[in-house]
Design a protein around this ligand. Structure first.
Ligand SMILES: C[S@@+](CC[C@H](N)C(=O)[O-])C[C@H]1O[C@@H](n2cnc3c(N)ncnc32)[C@H](O)[C@@H]1O
Length: 251
């Protein structure tokens, strides 16, 4: 079942926080993305689920034209504001759902999406759509929240994410990402699992997580097995998280 209304509600209320978020605007991450994609100046790029526009703006400085899509109008407005504040003029903004892009086949040299795949209600359909609009030889870049391989982290860390954000669907482990990628006409050039921390309470505040859910999240963390606790250290002011990063080329 779709979660699009939940996504629009949750992100619509907090759009400016995502534009201002230092996690999403992290320069090291954006620089690494540009280094991996290695865009050429005449390229056209699609930024899927642009949020506060960080990915689109980083790409726009290196390519001819960027199209951004997002289903939350307030987010598109924030992305537009962010681009205008930086004097960027080669981005267009469109309200669209990744599952059903109103874009012909084989249009883009680059399709990028950061911090969004865990919201998509049908990840296979979303990936098919992203692949469809890529030109053969075009590059797909994805960075998203992830979890360690294994039954407990895959289950419990997704419970935590859902308690924090009711529009969360699934943070895929590397194991699951590789299964998804195997079904697509792609050559995988690069994958990595990056260990990070989220500062608290900012991570909760950004999504307005209520007090009960914050406490339940700490109960889950305290109840993890020793093996998972080693993978997921936490304290009052931080929790550990993982990200999956991927670069692939369309065959
Ligand atoms: C955390 S934000 C993305 C951050 C952004 N990509 C960046 O680099 O900073 C997640 C975004 O995904 C969008 N989103 C979620 N589901 C979507 C869907 N089915 N189609 C398009 N956008 C979607 C939300 O509206 C939200 O703006």
């Amino acid at each position: 079942m779709g979660n699009q209304d939940e996504v629009r509600k949750n992100f619509g209320q907090r759009a400016s926080e995502y534009r201002l978020s230092s996690t999403h605007g992290n320069r090291t991450d954006l620089k690494r993305m540009i280094g991996l994609i290695n865009p050429f100046s005449d390229a056209t790029a699609l930024d899927v689920a642009t949020g506060g526009g960080h990915t689109a703006i980083a790409l726009a400085k290196h390519v001819k034209q960027v199209v951004t899509i997002d289903i939350t109008p307030e987010m598109l407005a924030e992305a537009e504001k962010a681009a205008s504040l930086e004097g960027i003029k080669n981005i267009t903004f469109r309200a669209e759902d990744v599952h059903n892009l109103n874009i012909p086949d084989s249009q883009f040299d680059i399709v990028a999406s950061r911090f969004a795949a865990h919201h998509f209600s049908d990840i296979k359909q979303a990936l098919r759509e992203m692949g469809r609009v890529l030109k053969p030889g075009g590059k797909l870049y994805i960075l998203d929240c992830s979890v360690c391989d294994g039954e407990e982290p895959e289950r419990e860390m997704n419970r935590i994410e859902l308690l924090r954000d009711s529009s969360h669907r699934c943070s895929y482990s590397s194991r699951l990402w590789h299964q998804l990628l195997n079904e697509l006409p792609l050559t995988v050039n690069h994958t990595s699992l990056l260990k990070e921390r989220y500062e608290l309470p900012q991570w909760f505040d950004r999504m307005g997580t209520n007090q009960n859910n914050r406490e339940e999240i700490f109960r889950i963390l305290n109840g993890l097995s020793q093996d998972s606790k080693i993978l997921y250290p936490f304290g009052e002011d931080y929790i550990t998280t993982y990200r999956f990063e991927l670069l692939a080329t369309k065959i």
